[in-house]
Design a binder for this molecule. Structure first.
Ligand SMILES: C[S@@+](CC[C@H](N)C(=O)[O-])C[C@H]1O[C@@H](n2cnc3c(N)ncnc32)[C@H](O)[C@@H]1O
Length: 248
């Protein structure tokens, strides 16, 4: 069994949430903030922009809309949401890691209506029902309590609005063996070459610990979402869950 490097969270989780303390998760993302984007593109085999476009398209937003991107990281999903809602809209990106938020805020400083703030997904700095949609991309698996994460997103969205979660999955398709090999061998190797072996070993462990798509759909319903469904992207290596906020 692989061991975490010193100061890297274990990534061992449960059906409830990631076992790694948020302080360790935050410190790890602070360390990798500057190399995160190029590494992310490489480990996704350049698929990540396509997945992001699908997420934003399913959010159901139009010009002037209000969107929340939780665990926004370097802000790419938030920036795509801002493009969708235009200059009259409003998009807020929230992340636990000050270094990630710093990268996002610098990169997208010229975008009207796009703001970034440090905050915890389990206690979002948002008003009830203040947004038309809330997204989380590759962030849910890092949270110590998935249900509370979804409940906080649902609380922040108006009735009838959408909550969307894009996350890496363990594929069961015919491509599964190749994809697992890529994930178990190539992803940690890319991380090691970039001097971030511990962080990318954590990524692999946290994906293995993350519940199956059906269970995530159940957790979303337990968090108060309705019409929950999910789709597999790129042969099942990523899943996109979508739910609707019910009447309050
Ligand atoms: C794999 S990155 C994903 C970043 C971005 N959404 C993307 O698609 O590239 C996961 C992010 O989740 C953030 N995160 C982890 N735990 C969090 C928490 N409790 N609250 C808010 N953000 C958190 C990390 O700081 C990190 O930026």
């Amino acid at each position: 069994m692989s061991r975490a490097a010193p100061n890297d969270p274990s990534g061992e989780g449960s059906q409830h949430g990631n076992a790694a303390p948020s302080t360790e998760v935050r410190a790890m993302f602070d360390r990798i903030a500057r190399v995160y984007d190029p590494l992310n593109l490489a480990i996704s085999a350049f698929q990540e922009p396509r997945w992001r476009r699908r997420l934003v398209a399913r959010a159901g937003l139009g010009a002037g809309g209000r969107a929340l991107d939780v665990a926004t990281g370097t802000g790419k999903v938030a920036a795509d949401l801002q493009r969708r809602v235009g200059p009259d809209g409003h998009v807020l990106g929230v992340d636990l890691s000050p270094a990630m938020i710093d990268v996002a805020a610098r990169r997208f400083a010229d975008r009207p209506g796009l703001a970034f703030v440090v905050g915890d997904a389990l206690a979002l700095p948002t008003d009830d029902g203040g947004f038309d949609a809330a997204t989380i991309a590759f962030g849910m698996r890092n949270l110590p309590d998935y249900r509370r994460g979804f409940a906080e997103m649902a609380r922040s969205v108006r009735p009838g609005g959408r909550v969307l979660c894009l996350e890496i999955a363990r594929p069961r398709s015919r491509l599964a063996r190749i994809l697992r090999w890529w994930f178990d061998r190539i992803v940690p190797a890319i991380g090691r070459v970039a001097g971030q072996g511990g962080a990318y070993a954590y990524l692999v462990r946290s994906v293995k610990a993350y519940p199956a798509p059906d269970r995530i759909a159940e957790i979303m319903r337990e968090a108060g979402l309705t019409d929950v469904g999910w789709e597999s992207l790129s042969g099942g290596i990523v899943t996109l869950h979508v739910g609707t906020v019910g009447p309050r």
